[in-house]
Design a protein around this ligand. Structure first.
Ligand code: MG
Length: 169
């Protein structure tokens, strides 16, 4: 059984992951509007992944006999300056989620929630990958700048992203 403070923190993180999912969906809608259909596809899959993260914590909470209490999801940002701005915001969001996960891990140590520590290790590893991927894409968009042919190539490359295998989550 998880302590109340631990249960509350997990519910907060479920909300953070749902907000992250919602933000990526907003980024996808903006990309779609600007005809960056490959980027939109990438963002939609990213949004799906964030929902899986939320459900992973949801299932853990229930498995530990805790209560899942949903909160309101804040409105995400809806307007972006440019395509590179979208991915810079995505990177910033992942850096924020890393801090949130680290905070949750620190709390789990304090609360001696050992099963939560094991569960959260998966998230810590995942955040390393999430930040790395976003950073690489930001770098590529900064390299191509406004060159239309290169932007089209990059959009096409991002269109190739495949959904993650269910057991990889
Ligand atoms: Mg996540």
């Amino acid at each position: 059984m998880l302590s109340q403070v631990m249960q509350d923190a997990i519910n907060d993180q479920i909300n953070n992951e749902m907000f992250s999912s919602y933000s990526y969906l907003s980024m996808a809608a903006w990309c779609e509007h600007k005809q960056f259909t490959g980027c939109a596809h990438w963002m939609r899959l990213q949004s799906d992944e964030e929902r899986v993260h939320a459900m992973r914590l949801h299932d853990f909470q229930i498995a530990r006999d805790g209560r899942v209490l949903f909160q309101s999801i804040p409105q995400p940002e809806v307007d972006y300056e440019s395509i590179v701005d979208v991915f810079e915001k995505a990177l910033a969001q992942e850096q924020l989620v890393t801090q949130q996960i680290d905070g949750l891990y620190e709390l789990a140590i304090k609360e001696k929630a050992f099963a939560a520590l094991v569960e959260l290790e998966w998230f810590i590893t995942e955040q390393v990958e999430e930040e790395k991927t976003a950073r690489e894409i930001v770098h590529k968009f900064n390299m191509v700048k406004d060159d239309p042919a290169s932007l089209l190539d990059l959009d096409n490359a991002l269109a190739q992203r495949a959904p993650e295998q269910a057991d990889a989550n």
